[in-house]
Ligand binder design. Structure first.
Ligand code: DGL
Length: 283
């Protein structure tokens, strides 16, 4: 059972409340990195649903249930805003759950799509099977600019390889080569990381791509949207932040162990038990 402290000042000084960030696992740390860089005053609660990853092979009904449970928990932690640091959740659940909760909820797909059309005309998207199947990127990109071309590739092996810390394993390079091949045949000029785990593979992907292909990390752009939204709502924090709280649904030691290389320190990780979180009122 989660025993963390509540942010008691949230009512009186809502700008000091934390931003909630979640993903299935370590993928959202690529978004956290951008939040640290661009919004250094913000306090953050990071949640990784490690007991139920990978999300990318789940049905929409499963993703919706998980996302509702996470958002309900985030609401209990008195967050002022949530960043869905997960493309699969953003593709399959964001539009449905947005109206069910009072806090603003940002997803990664629209900011990523906007950035992609500013960079190229022949756009490749690598994503989880669920995100690729949803066509969320294709729709978002073509809605902004119907004159670009979009190719999506589903990459089922990437998330397990990243979560198992096998980024530098030669097998990972071979898998990446086979996923990129159809996109290279189409002579893409831009590649979107359609999963927040994938920027962890940047050195591998860069080594396989021609130098002129631009890489789009939606994390950078969702954080820009987050900055704007906080300003607009008068919710930007000017005080020093609290230390980031990390929580997972699975094994905290495992998350701490794989997180250390991305965070530069070993995080303290709490466990959340979702059996206590009833979602009936939002269904
Ligand atoms: N990192 C998430 C995404 O952006 C989820 C990946 C997964 O668990 O399959 O889609």
């Amino acid at each position: 059972m989660f025993e963390g402290h509540l942010y008691d000042f949230a009512d009186k000084e809502p700008q000091r409340a934390p931003i909630g960030v979640f993903d299935s696992g370590v993928g959202g740390l690529t978004v956290l990195r951008q939040l640290y860089r661009h919004l250094p005053n913000e306090s953050i609660i990071y949640f990784g649903d490690t007991a139920r990853l990978p999300y990318g092979i789940r049905s929409q009904a499963e993703i919706l249930q998980y996302v509702r449970e996470i958002l309900k928990w985030m609401q209990q932690q008195r967050v002022k805003m949530v960043v869905m640091a997960c493309n699969t959740s953003s593709a399959l659940a964001l539009e449905i759950v947005r109206g069910e909760f009072s806090m603003p909820i940002l997803g990664v797909i629209l900011p990523g799509a906007k950035a992609a059309v500013q960079q190229g005309k022949r756009i490749g998207v690598i994503a989880t099977p669920a995100t690729a199947k949803s066509n969320a990127y294709r729709h978002a990109i073509l809605e902004i600019d119907p004159n670009v071309q979009v190719w999506q590739v589903s990459c089922p092996e990437f998330v397990p390889l990243i979560e198992q810390n096998r980024i530098h394993d030669p097998y990972t390079t071979e898998v990446a080569r086979s996923y990129l091949e159809p996109l290279l045949q189409q002579e893409i000029d831009t590649l979107v990381y359609g999963c927040t785990h994938y920027p962890h593979l940047a050195p591998v992907l860069r080594s396989l791509l021609p130098p002129h292909v631009k890489l789009i990390d939606p994390a950078v752009h969702v954080v820009a949207a987050c900055t704007q939204e906080l300003d607009l709502l008068g919710l930007s924090n000017i005080h020093p932040p609290l230390p980031t709280r990390f929580a997972v649904s699975g094994c905290p030691q495992q998350f701490a162990q794989s997180g250390v290389q991305w965070l530069g320190h070993t995080p303290m990780v709490e466990v959340v038990d979702f059996t206590d979180i009833a979602v009936s009122q939002v269904q």
